[in-house]
Each structure stands twice: as C-alpha cells, then as structure tokens.
Write a protein that binds this ligand. Sequence first.
Ligand code: SF4
Length: 278
Amino acid sequence: MLLPEGFAFTQASLQDYADCPRRFQLRYVVNQRWPAVEAEPLFEHELSVRRGERFHRLVERHQLGVPTSQLEILLGTDPTVRGWWQEYLGFAFLHSLSGNRYPELRLSADLGGARVVAALDLLVVQPGYHVYIFDWKTHAPVPRAGWLRERVQTTLYLWMVAEVGPALFGEWVEPERISMIYWFTAAPEAPLRFDYSSAWRVESGARLAGLVGEVLAGDQRLTWPLTAEQRRCRHCVFRSLCARGVVAGSLAELGVGVDGERDFLLAALFEAVDEVGF
Ligand code: SF4
C-alpha cells in the first residue's frame, strides 16, 4: 500500500507534492522523520507558530458567539496578539455579514477514489445568496495575489465548498456565489478576495485530480523527483537528507522584498504557521 490506511489529502500535502514530489514521498509515503528547522531564527519562528495558534483559537470562539469580555484570559498579554485581535475586531466587512457561521469547519470529499479534506478557518453561509470562506494569515508580509491564487489551498478550498455544497447547504451553490477571503494581520485593511467561477471550478477540479492521480500512480520503490527549484530546499526540513544544504533560510528574507526569494519562505510559513486543524 502506497499511503497509510485512512490517509486523506490536505492542502498542505498536495502543495508538498506540487512543490516537490520527493518531499511528499519522504513525508507521507516513507513517513521520514528528519530533525531540521524550516526557518531561522528558530525562537522567532516557533513564537510565530504559537501566536498564530492562539489567534486562531480566539477567532474561533468569538465566531461561535463567545463575548469579547470572556476571551481576555485566552487573549493573554502578548502585545502582538492583542494588536491582531484589535484589528480583527475592526474587520467591519466580516462582522457585518449576515448568515450562518461555521468556524474551524472540516470538510471532506472524494476525489478520484481518494479522500481529500479541508480545514476552513471560517465559513459564512448566506442561504440562497453567497458563501464566504475566510482564512486568517498571521505572518508578514502579504503575498502577491497571483501567487496566492495558485496555491493549492485556494484551489482546494473553493473547489471543496462547491463540491460539498448540496450536502452542506441542502442546495446547489453556483461557483459564482462562492468567495474566498484571506485576511492578513500584516495588512488587515486589505484582505485578498478570490471570487470563484464555473470555469475556475473545472480548472481546479482537473488540477486537484491530476495531483492526486500522480501520487496514487507513484512507485514507492523509486526515488520520486527532487524539485528542480533548489530555493525551495532552503526551507525544507529534508535538505540535508537530499544533500541540498544544511542551513535553514532566514526569516529576515521576508523583508528583502525580492518576490522570487520571499515566495519560497512564505510558502514554508503558510504551512507551518497557519495550518491549524490537522
Ligand atoms: S530538500 Fe528539496 S529536494 Fe529534498 S524534499 Fe525538500 S524540497 Fe524536495
């Protein structure tokens, strides 16, 4: 058997395969443990992860209806988290939306005989009108919209909501009535919104099926292809195993402003910092 019993594809595992088939093989087929850090300095990276988790928990409870006054203990004293929280409370578009709210929603669908799952930070359903997927990103800076549109997360979450719509909402939801909104603590006033379409749904379904099909057709006796883009390896925990370097990429690169470099670190942080739920 190629994959473990009960294995389900996530946006992170599919992104791993899209970025580097060998990384997918090591992580999910071989279950290789390899101690290495994704970004330096380690303390700062781990702190970002913990802050992101705390923020996600706060928003989940708030969206479940817990009053702000009862969230003080969970909020804690970290000024960074408290600042994010204030910005979140000022996210007028979100708070003014009518409809049913489903924070930390897990969705599952069949794709080509495999199970794919998604952990949505928040789904707001306005019956007969519109469906909004929200995703909180707590690391800086904000990526380019074109880059984010091509991430597997965007592809999978929009496709998933369209796919499970009839079961979830009791009615077919046209893709044109589904939007995904990324909200960044680094730029709370400028969320990035992606409006789905029928054409994009066909395209994303084909892309996801292609990725899943390639994985399932993989031969576990062979070494799967290593990415040709070696800049990905700087933030990959397997870099020494693959003889692609020893030293982790630096968080300072986020401030360099060179998209080509910054994107690779952002990609690593997208999975490590805000992948809450799996
Ligand atoms: S170090 Fe590079 S080649 Fe090896 S698994 Fe990671 S991304 Fe792929």
